[in-house]
Design a protein around this ligand. Structure first.
Ligand code: ADP
Ligand code: MG
Length: 711
C-alpha cells in the first residue's frame, strides 16, 4: 500500500470512561453526537471552525411603535389577553402590550405550558417576525420567555445543522470546542501581510468575533462575509487547500513509476505506436499530436504521471488513450482502461480491440454483468500478464482483480468516478514502492479558476481542435406542443438513411412528476414510424438486452433509439445526425452538451432539438431558460463549462464526490480571487521555509480529508 495512513486526529478525545464501564470500551454515542460526527465535527478545532450561517439579535428590545412589518424583533410587554380560539383548528391567541402598541401572538401548536407562561398579567420577552394581520400586528409562533434576566452582550449565532441536532446543543458544543481548541497562529506574520490590502486579525480574534459578534457589528458585512474576520478565515481556508495540493504534488514527485521507454517486446523502438498510427483510417489532428507528445514525455519519466486530458465531445480522446496504451504495452507493462458505464466500456473494448488486436495485443474485458466462467478466464489472463490491456467498468478495481504489472491506468469520463475509485485503481499496482501512471479523460473541461484552485496537483492536456470534416450541430429549442413537426423531421432524416437518438429523462424519476417516460415515447414513436425499427434503451434493462439494442443501433439496423441518459457518455455512432432531447429543461447544462455530442460525429449536417415543456407554469424558469439559451448559442465545451459555472456556482459544479477536494466552505473563487492569488504565492514559501507550520495548518483545516486530495 503506497498511500500514507490518514493523519491522527489533532486532539484525541480525552474523556475517561465513566465508572462501572470496562475501560477501553467507548461509551455509546448519543444521537446528537452521531449527528455532530456526520457533519464532520469531531475535533475541537472542527467545532471552532463551524461558523454561523447568520445571527439573531437578542441584544436589544425594540418598541413596537418603532418596528416595521416584516422585521424580526424582540419586544417586551405585559400580557393583556389570552384565549383559546376554536375555528377550523384550535389556536392560542395572546395579546401583549409594550406601552407603545399591542401585538397579537398566534400559536397553532401549543402546550398547556405556553398558556401558563403567557397568562394575563405576566411580563414577557417575545421574539419573532412582525406582520400586519387582520386584527392588527401579530407574530406567528414567536419565541418567548418571562421578562427579566440580562440581555446578551453578543449577537446569537445560528449554525448550519442537520436533523437530530438541535441548535441549542450545537451552539454549546461549538462554544466548548472553541474554548478548548488550539488556535495558535500557523501563518507567519510577514507572510500573512504579504500583498494583503488590509491588516488581518489573528485567527483567535477572528473566531471569537464570528462566534460572538458584538451588537454594533454591521450584520450585513457578517452575512455577506466581507467582514475582516471572515477575510481571515477565507485566507486560512484557501491556504490549506493550496498547501495540500502542493504537498500532494511533491509527494507524487517523490514516488516512482516505471519509465515506459521503447519496446521491451519487439526489439524496435516504439514499434507498436507506429504500427497503430499506420493502421488508423485517419490522420491525427495537430491537437492530438501535441497531446500525445505531452503524454509520451510523462510516461518516459520514472515519476507517476497525473494528467487530465480534456477535450470536447468528439475531439478524439480515445485514440490518444490507445496510443498511450500501446506505448505502455510495448514497454512490457499492462494498461487498464476504466469507463463509467457498461455501454461505454463495451464500445471502447470493440474499438481498441479492432485497433490493437491485429498488432498482437491481447485485451481482457471485465464488467459486473459477466458470467462467472468468462470472468474467471479474464482474471487469469490479467494475473498472468498475458492480457496487455484490460478494459472494463468499476469491475476493474475489485479486489479479485490482480495485475501482473500494471503501469498505466486510464480513466475515461473521470468526473463520473469518485475519489475512492480513482485511488483504488492506482493501488492496483502490485510492485512495491511504485505507482502506475494515471491518465484521466473528460469532456467536461474545468474552468481556469477551478483548475488553479482544485486541480493544482494535476497536469492538464487539452484537445482544442475537432477532427476535420465535422459540421457544426445546429441546436433548436422547440415547445413540446410542436412534437408533430419534430416527428416529420425524423421521417425526413430516415429517408436520407440517417439515424436518430431520442433522449428522455430517467425512468426511475419519482412518479409524482408527470414525465413522459421513455417507454411511452417509445410506443408513440413506434406507432408514428411503422416502417422502421425503433429501439428502447434504459438503465433498468438487463445488460445483455442493452447490449443487443445497442448493437442494432451501431450496425445501422435500428433507425431510432429512444433512451434515457445511459447514452450520455462516449457513445459513438457517426451515422446518427439528429438528437431530440425531451424535457430538456430538466437536464443540467453539461449533461445536455454531453448528450448533444452524440451527433455531429460524421460528415452529415447534424441537429439537436431541445423539446421543452413548462408543465402547469406559464413559462420556463429562469435557470432552465439560461441553460437552453447557452445550448443554442454555443457548441464549444469550454464556453458551456464557463456558463455552467456561472449558472450553478463552483460548489455544485464540482460536487464533492467528483472533485474529491473538500469544497471551499468560506471562500468564493470569483469574489475572493485576490485571496486565492495570495494563497498560491504563499503556499510554496510555507512548505519550503515553515514545513512544520504548514503541516499543522493542513491538519487543522482538512484533518483526515487531506488524503482525498491526492486522488
Ligand atoms: P471523444 O473525445 O468524445 O471520446 P472519440 O475518441 O470517441 O471522441 O472520437 C470521436 C470520433 O472521431 C470517433 O469516431 C473517432 O474514431 C474519430 N476520430 C478521432 N480522431 C480523428 C481524427 N484525427 N480524424 C478523423 N476522425 C477522428
Ligand atoms: Mg470518449
Amino acid at each position: 500500500m503506497m498511500l500514507p495512513a490518514a493523519p491522527a486526529p489533532q486532539t484525541a478525545p480525552k474523556t475517561a470512561p465513566p465508572a462501572g464501564r470496562p475501560a477501553g470500551k467507548a461509551p455509546a454515542k448519543s444521537p446528537a453526537q452521531k449527528a455532530l460526527d456526520k457533519l464532520g465535527l469531531r475535533r475541537d478545532i472542527d467545532l471552532a471552525l463551524h461558523l454561523p450561517l447568520r445571527y439573531e439579535d437578542e441584544t436589544r428590545i425594540v418598541r413596537l411603535i418603532d418596528a416595521r412589518d416584516g422585521e424580526v424583533v424582540q419586544i417586551e410587554g405585559e400580557v393583556t389577553h389570552s384565549e383559546i380560539l376554536i375555528r377550523s383548528r384550535r389556536q392560542l391567541l395572546v395579546t401583549v402590550d409594550d406601552g407603545s402598541d399591542t401585538c397579537l401572538l398566534r400559536f397553532l401548536n401549543f402546550y398547556p405550558s405556553h398558556q401558563k407562561t403567557l397568562s394575563v398579567g405576566a411580563r414577557v420577552r417575545v421574539r419573532g417576525e412582525l406582520r400586519g394581520g387582520f386584527l392588527g400586528r401579530e407574530m406567528m409562533h414567536p419565541h418567548f420567555k418571562l421578562a427579566g434576566g440580562e440581555l446578551p452582550g453578543a449577537l446569537t449565532p445560528v449554525y448550519p445543522t442537520s436533523a437530530g441536532l438541535p441548535q441549542v446543543y450545537l451552539r454549546k458544543a461549538v462554544l466548548s470546542g472553541l474554548a478548548r481548541a488550539d488556535l495558535s497562529e500557523t501563518i507567519p506574520a510577514p507572510l500573512l501581510s504579504k500583498n494583503m490590502p488590509q491588516r488581518l486579525s489573528t485567527l483567535r480574534e477572528a473566531l471569537q468575533f464570528l462566534h460572538h459578534p458584538t451588537p454594533d457589528a454591521a450584520l450585513q458585512t457578517l452575512e455577506d462575509r466581507s467582514h475582516p474576520a471572515w477575510q481571515r478565515l477565507k485566507v486560512e481556508e484557501l491556504l490549506a487547500q493550496q498547501l495540500s495540493q502542493l504537498q500532494a504534488r511533491r509527494v507524487r514527485a517523490a514516488m516512482r513509476a516505471p519509465a515506459l521507454r521503447g519496446s521491451a517486446v519487439r526489439g524496435s523502438q516504439g514499434s507498436l505506436q507506429m504500427k497503430l498510427l499506420e493502421r488508423l483510417p485517419f490522420q491525427l489532428t495537430a491537437a492530438q499530436l501535441r497531446v500525445g507528445a505531452e503524454i509520451k514525455a510523462d510516461l518516459q519519466k520514472d515519476i507517476p504521471m497525473h494528467r487530465l486530458l480534456q477535450g470536447d465531445v468528439g475531439s478524439g480522446k480515445t485514440v490518444v488513450a490507445a496510443l498511450a496504451a500501446a506505448r505502455c504495452i510495448d514497454a512490457g507493462w499492462q494498461c487498464a482502461l476504466m469507463a463509467p458505464t457498461e455501454i461505454l466500456a463495451e464500445q471502447h473494448f470493440r474499438k481498441l480491440l479492432s485497433w490493437l488486436e491485429p498488432l498482437g495485443i491481447k485485451t481482457a474485458w471485465l464488467t459486473g454483468s459477466q458470467k462467472t466462467k468468462e470472468r474467471r478466464e479474464m482474471l487469469a489472463l490479467i494475473e498472468s500478464g498475458e492480457a496487455g490491456l484490460v478494459i472494463g467498468t468499476h469491475a476493474v478495481i475489485q479486489d479479485k482483480v490482480v495485475f501482473k504489472n500494471l503501469a498505466l491506468a486510464i480513466i475515461d469520463e473521470q468526473h463520473r468516478f469518485g475519489v475512492a475509485q480513482r485511488l483504488a485503481l492506482r493501488s492496483k499496482m502490485t510492485d512495491g514502492g511504485e505507482e502506475p501512471h494515471l491518465l484521466m479523460m473528460t469532456a467536461t473541461p474545468i474552468p481556469r479558476t477551478l483548475a488553479m484552485s482544485y486541480y493544482a496537483d494535476l497536469d492538464v492536456s487539452t484537445l482544442d481542435e475537432l477532427p476535420p470534416g465535422r459540421t457544426a450541430i445546429v441546436t433548436k429549442v422547440v415547445s413540446d406542443a410542436r412534437r408533430d413537426e419534430v416527428i416529420a423531421r425524423i421521417q425526413a432524416q430516415i429517408a436520407e438513411g440517417r439515424q436518430i437518438y431520442w433522449v428522455c429523462p430517467l425512468i426511475e424519476e419519482s412518479e409524482s412528476i408527470d414525465l413522459v417516460n421513455a417507454t411511452q415515447t417509445h410506443q408513440a414513436l413506434s406507432e408514428a414510424l411503422p416502417d422502421v425499427l425503433v429501439g428502447l434503451l434504459h438503465s433498468r434493462m438487463p445488460p445483455a438486452e442493452k447490449k443487443a439494442v445497442m448493437s442494432l443501433f451501431v450496425d445501422g439496423v435500428m433507425a431510432v433509439l429512444v433512451s434515457t441518459t445511459v447514452i450520455e457518455v462516449g457513445v459513438d455512432v457517426p451515422n446518427a445526425s439528429l438528437m431530440v432531447i425531451e424535457h430538456a429543461e430538466r437536464f443540467g447544462l453539461s449533461q445536455l452538451h454531453q448528450l448533444r455530442g452524440r451527433v455531429g460525429r460524421g460528415a452529415a449536417a447534424s441537429a439537436c432539438v431541445l423539446l421543452y415543456s413548462t408543465g402547469d407554469a406559464p413559462r420556463l424558469g429562469e435557470v432552465a431558460r439560461a441553460r437552453l439559451k447557452a445550448m443554442v448559442e454555443t457548441n464549444d465545451g469550454f464556453e458551456i463549462a464557463r456558463r455552467d459555472l456561472e449558472i450553478r456556482g463552483p460548489g455544485e459544479f464540482l460536487g464533492a464526490r467528483q472533485s474529491g477536494a473538500p469544497l471551499l466552505r468560506f471562500a468564493d473563487l470569483q469574489t475572493d480571487a485576490a485571496l486565492l492569488a495570495w494563497a498560491r504565492e504563499v503556499a510554496p514559501v510555507m512548505l519550503d521555509q515553515h514545513a512544520e507550520l504548514a503541516e499543522r495548518h493542513v491538519l487543522r483545516w482538512l484533518g483526515g480529508k487531506a488524503e482525498f486530495l491526492k486522488a
